[in-house]
Design a protein around this ligand. Structure first.
Ligand code: GLU
Length: 453
């Protein structure tokens, strides 16, 4: 059982007390503090000037009303959030999530994770996150546009290319970024392309940004497998989710010769023993915005694909050698981890943010399974956002090959940094510890240099 060092325990207790009821935030803080005992033993100065306490407290938290009018003329009220967590390394950077589950605790956990993730990329970006409890499901295009415009009407005061640069996350893709950018431009009268990332290619977006998170997590798992002289070729994989991250994970795993046999959404999962048909998956999810069960109907009954309702089972019951949870937080439990291990899993790469529960992570690590935490494995998305900012700043546009080559190098560097840090701190193969310590040290060094702010 991993515990928090006794010198860090009071810090944890204070965070729990001051942020009562914010379970996901507690979980993310606890996981990082569990890793830091070895750092403070080696570098006691990080306990000075309340550096860790400061790191656990967001620099700024903005909560606002988002009123909008639905298609029936009714006024709807949502809550908007932007948590500007840490700007020691650069402007706040991180996505915006539109999902009914969004609350301040979830945005804080995401902002905290983002700070370490962004540090690991080696790019000059701080950490932040935002969102709303708005549910885009079933909303018309006009409703989504009016919501995005109202959301940006408040948010625009707090962001800017040198201040805070939001992007997408769950429920926020190219369409929503477009509406938000349009409203920002209108309100500020500035064509400030670098204020948002994840833009479409024809108005300042970066090639490979859409693919980046999924491609990146696959590169990370590839590097991890290589440490044991293993590869994707000929292996079965399960990728949960069917959003951007999942779709491009499937694409990359397939290009490396792996066979993805299951994908999911919140309604359930689809198994296709012959391997997921990527074009069909894209058609269902990106074009039709339909439920995953439509995959089975579109493919045709009796053609090897079937749907299992979320109530009836977990996607992690499907046997695989590589598991890539790419849907949402805490989607893979301790029970799922045991099932995966008994079915022969050898590697787990988190494409989503914190998709494995702490118990699941412990079970994987104790069983000696290769485990890549999200803050390292899914950093390819935000890293490519930083490449989009570079292109915007120089009014340039790179080729797909150039951008993907940068992404691949960044992911290999993140992998190697995590592995080397784990070795250096006496925990070889522990990517959780490696990612937490390497991310922490980068942020802490900068905070230390900037004085008590
Ligand atoms: N939402 C993504 C993440 O969790 C991307 C953030 C960004 O590109 O700023 O890292």
């Amino acid at each position: 059982m991993v515990t928090v060092d006794e010198k860090l325990e009071p810090i944890l207790q204070e965070v729990l007390r001051r942020n009562a009821g914010e379970h996901e935030f507690h979980q993310a803080i606890r996981e990082v503090l569990e890793s830091l005992g070895r750092v403070i033993a080696k570098h006691p100065r990080y306990l000075e000037s309340s550096l860790i306490e400061r790191l656990c407290e967001p620099e700024r938290q903005i909560i606002f009303r988002v009123p909008w009018v639905d298609d029936h003329g009714r006024v709807q009220i949502n809550r908007g959030f932007r948590v500007q967590f840490n700007s020691a390394l650069g402007p706040y950077k991180g996505g915006i999530r539109f999902h009914p589950s969004v609350n301040v605790g979830i945005i804080k956990f995401l902002g905290f994770e983002q700070t370490f993730k962004n540090a690991l990329t080696g790019m000059p970006i701080g950490g932040g996150k935002g969102g709303s409890d708005f549910n885009p499901r079933g909303r018309s295009d006009g409703e989504v546009m009016r919501f995005c415009q109202s959301f940006m009407t408040e948010l625009h005061r707090h962001i800017g290319e040198h201040t805070d640069v939001p992007a997408g996350d769950i429920g926020v893709g190219g369409r929503e970024i477009g509406y938000m950018f349009g409203q920002y431009k209108r309100l500020t009268n500035r064509y400030e392309a670098g204020v948002l990332t994840g833009k479409a290619l024809f108005y300042g977006g970066s090639r490979a940004r859409t693919e980046a998170t999924g491609y990146g997590s696959t590169y990370f798992v590839q590097s991890m497998l290589a440490t044991r002289q293993q590869e994707f070729e000929g292996r079965t994989a399960v990728v949960s989710g069917s959003g951007n991250v999942a779709i491009y994970t499937v694409e990359k795993v397939q290009s490396f010769g792996g066979k993805v046999v299951a994908v999911s959404d919140s309604s359930g999962y689809v198994v296709d023993e012959s391997g997921i048909d990527l074009e069909l998956l894209k058609e269902i999810k990106q074009v039709r915005r339909a439920r995953i069960s439509d995959y089975v109907h579109a493919k045709g009954e009796g053609r090897g694909a079937y749907f299992v309702d979320a109530e009836a089972g977990s996607i992690w019951d499907v046997a695989c050698e590589v598991a890539m949870p790419s849907a949402t937080q805490n989607e893979l439990t301790g029970k799922d981890a045991k099932t995966l291990i008994s079915n022969g899993v050898i590697a787990v790469g988190e494409g989503a943010n914190m998709p494995c529960t702490p118990e699941a992570v412990r079970i994987f690590q104790q069983a000696g399974i290769l485990f890549a935490p999200g803050k390292a494995a899914n950093a390819g998305g935000v890293a490519t956002s930083a490449l989009e900012m570079q292109q915007n700043a120089s009014r340039d546009s790179w080729t797909f090959e150039q951008t993907e080559a940068r992404l691949a190098t960044i992911m290999r560097n993140i992998h190697d940094t995590c592995a080397q840090t784990a070795d250096e701190y006496g925990a070889p193969g522990d990517y959780v510890l490696g990612a937490n310590i390497a991310g922490f040290v980068k942020v802490a060094q900068a905070m230390d240099a900037l004085g008590i702010i």
